[in-house]
Ligand binder design. Structure first.
Ligand code: GMT
Length: 380
């Protein structure tokens, strides 16, 4: 099929999922067109099957806010016509589903029917989308999508609770491509980050409030009092300075490395012993899944969809949001004994392997076929 994918091109999970999905679909012979304002960070190679179309928003002084949705809708219409695109898959409801709906309406005037699949990722529902400023438009765009998918059962539940949804929501979990990760790979230059006797603990996120960065630091602080360890913080965002100050205050700045945004996540996870994800909420927790497929156990909160990914006492441990003492105790339990750590590492890998793209891709393809078959009858 010829499929247009709209996503955020940044380091966020929704963009990563959209990009990896597009790459995998292209490998299966589909023609994929990414339409967004910048080439997605995980999209390194364009090929015969993978195209990228940049959305430009010309600056005009009359506008206080430049109209990205308008530019995106127009770009969608042009690209769909030019390349004969058969299906539109938008990731993150705001504003992609809204712009996609407008594109569908415009195309219908020319007798072109392109079904739209909207994938909900989390913050588009639980944080941003539920705000009264956006809620009517988000509800409308969800209801006007031909198929709606969500990345976890928990996100489906939240969407039904928070919005007046008239649509069925299909749960298709996030995924990883297991064949990219060899469990035997060990040469990851660990010595660059820590001494031989130190454990390496990692957190990766966009450093927003919802990630509870101070909890990450407090958990690490408790751990390092009992066991030699280093903390690696990967990502950029508003809470980074808070984190830097807190590390200074606690006197642990020399044990914490801030790496900023990175394209070398797998290398970092390769030398990581434990991953921390104490988020306030998380619709899925793709970062945890990426850690687990790299054989890294996860200490996380038990909120949102995280329990669908991280299994208590198997791939790691889950605690109530904010219970940093319990999280640190569980971390120490895993890290203090090499045999226990090895067992958790293996379990983490096996749990993550359940989310292999080979299991998930057919679910998306089935949804595409269903949407395409119903393209004339669906909601306009
Ligand atoms: O975590 C973020 O703040 C970024 C956000 C995004 O849209 O990129 O992540 C959301 O989507 C990811 C991919 O589906 C999920 O793994 C994350 O759990 C989800 N974040 C939240 O729900 C806070």
């Amino acid at each position: 099929m010829k499929i247009a994918i709209v996503c955020y091109p940044t380091f966020g999970g929704s963009g990563v999922v959209a990009t990896e999905l597009g790459i995998a679909l292209a490998d299966r012979g589909h023609e994929i067109h990414f339409i967004t304002y910048k080439q997605p960070v995980r999209l390194e190679l364009l090929s015969n099957n993978i195209h990228f179309h940049e959305v430009h928003v010309p600056e005009y002084p009359l506008f206080r806010y430049q109209p990205y949705e308008l530019a995106l809708s127009s770009k969608l219409v042009d690209t769909i016509k030019l390349y004969g695109i058969e299906l539109l898959h938008v990731h993150y409801a705001i504003p992609h589903a809204y712009a996609g709906y407008m594109a569908k309406k415009i195309l219908k005037e020319d007798g072109i029917y392109v079904p739209m699949i909207t994938t909900l990722h989390g913050t588009d529902i639980t944080l941003v989308g539920r705000h009264p400023f956006y809620q009517p438009a988000v509800t409308f765009s969800i209801n006007k999508s031909d198929v709606v998918t969500s990345v976890s059962e928990n996100l489906k539940k939240s969407t039904i609770e928070l919005f007046d949804v008239q649509q069925d929501i299909e749960v298709i979990p996030n995924f990883i491509d297991r064949k990219k990760y060899s469990p035997e790979f060990t040469d990851c230059q660990r010595s660059l980050m820590a001494n031989d006797d130190e454990k390496i603990i990692t957190h990766i996120s966009n450093f927003r409030k919802v990630k509870r960065i101070p909890d990450v630091i407090h958990i690490f602080n408790n751990i390092q009092k009992k066991l030699p360890a280093k903390l690696i913080l990967v990502g950029e965002g508003p809470e980074k300075e808070v984190a830097e100050r807190l590390c200074e205050q606690l006197g642990i700045a020399d044990k914490v490395r801030f790496l900023g945004n990175s394209n070398e996540i797998d290398r970092i996870l390769c030398f990581t012993d434990l991953f921390l994800l104490p988020s306030e909420t998380e619709s899925f927790g793709l970062a945890a899944l990426e850690a687990m497929i790299n054989k890294v156990p996860v200490i996380s909160s038990n909120s949102g969809g995280i329990p669908e990914v991280n299994k208590q006492g198997v791939s790691g441990f889950l605690s109530d949001v904010g219970n940093v003492n319990e999280m640190a105790e569980n971390a120490l339990y895993i890290l203090s004994d090499d045999a226990i750590l090895e067992e958790f590492k293996l379990n983490a890998y096996q749990q993550a392997a359940k989310f292999d793209i080979l299991n998930i891709l057919p679910l998306y393809e089935a949804v595409y076929e269903k949407a395409y078959a119903g393209r004339y009858k669906n909601s306009y």
